[in-house]
Design a protein around this ligand. Structure first.
Ligand SMILES: [Zn+2]
Length: 301
């Protein structure tokens, strides 16, 4: 797998360590997208969102760069916290300040959790914002009642007039992917080590449906998840006879194409080996804790 590189377009890196960044970089992960989501417990004021979004476009982007990984993000109000309607209103007010910043490739992750009217209101508002600003949309699908949630997500996106080329529906499974493909949107799959969607099922689905609209990601959040899900799934695809092109599409090119519509991805740059200069600082901070800085102009992978 020496010459393959990977794009993990759904990776919650703020909940991950520098060891994870190192392992990902070694395994060939060249770029990630970190979507804004909830943090395991509800935030109580809008300032927490301001700081979180600032981290996604600031410190985390820097931290990734120190390990040779290009970091992009998606800005959005997640479905769970959309149910706190007073707070949701305040978050949507400040959201445009961050959504148009450098390195933001989509509005996301947005959509449904319990499929409530409050979630729908926030989803619609953010779709309209994405449409008005010609942005890509990353949709989170609910863990319960997934199929109904996905069909509703697609219907509402169509009503708002989102271009299906710019719509990525995430966390798909065998039951939902056909609705997404039929609609003409991108079908993303989050590969977990033990539950939900796994690598073997992803291999089987790619054999059955072909790789053209599929995107593989890891989520790698604060729960049980694996930051190496994308390279591991790629290896399993190769081992089980899928060709390099299918692997390359599902673990690199489709994500670059879909999120590339944002105009924010340095497509040429991520095709090159990364340059690392750990002497750099972000607001006077480095990741080094006093250890010697690594400086090189190409990460072998
Ligand atoms: Zn997520």
């Amino acid at each position: 797998m020496a010459d393959l590189r990977f794009f993990d377009p759904h990776a919650h890196m703020t909940s991950r360590t520098t060891d994870d960044y190192e392992r990902m970089s070694k395994a060939g992960v060249r770029a990630v997208i970190e979507p804004a989501f909830w943090l395991g417990q509800p935030r109580t004021n809008v300032g927490s969102f301001v700081d979180y979004y600032s981290t996604l476009v600031g410190w985390e982007r820097f931290r990734a760069s120190q390990f040779g990984i290009a970091h992009y993000c998606a800005i959005g109000l997640n479905s769970k916290e959309a149910n706190d309607e007073g707070l949701a209103r305040e978050v949507l007010e400040i959201l445009p300040r961050f959504a148009l910043k450098e390195g933001v490739v989509a509005i996301g992750e947005i959509g449904y959790d319990e499929i409530t009217p409050a979630e729908e209101k926030a989803y619609q508002w953010q779709l309209q914002f994405a449409k008005d600003n010609d942005m890509v949309v990353m949709v989170h699908s609910p863990h319960r009642d997934k199929k109904r949630g996905i069909i509703r997500s697609l219907d509402v996106a169509k009503e708002v007039g989102i271009d299906m080329e710019k719509l990525v529906i995430d966390h798909n499974n065998e039951e939902t992917l056909e609705s997404v493909l039929d609609a003409g949107a991108w079908a993303a799959f989050t590969i977990y080590p033990n539950t939900k969607m796994g690598s073997q099922r992803m291999v089987d689905l790619t054999k059955k449906y072909g790789p053209d609209r599929f995107i593989v990601d890891s989520s790698c959040d604060w729960g049980v998840s694996d930051p190496l899900s994308v390279p591991k799934t790629a290896q399993m695809m190769l081992d089980q006879g899928l060709d390099v092109e299918a692997v390359e599409k599902t673990t690199w090119r489709n994500a670059v194409t879909a999120y590339g519509y944002s105009g924010q991805i340095d497509v040429e740059g991520i095709h090159q080996d990364a340059t690392i200069d750990q002497r750099q600082l972000f607001s006077d901070n480095s990741v080094l804790r006093g250890q010697e800085a690594r400086v090189d102009d190409g990460v072998p992978n």
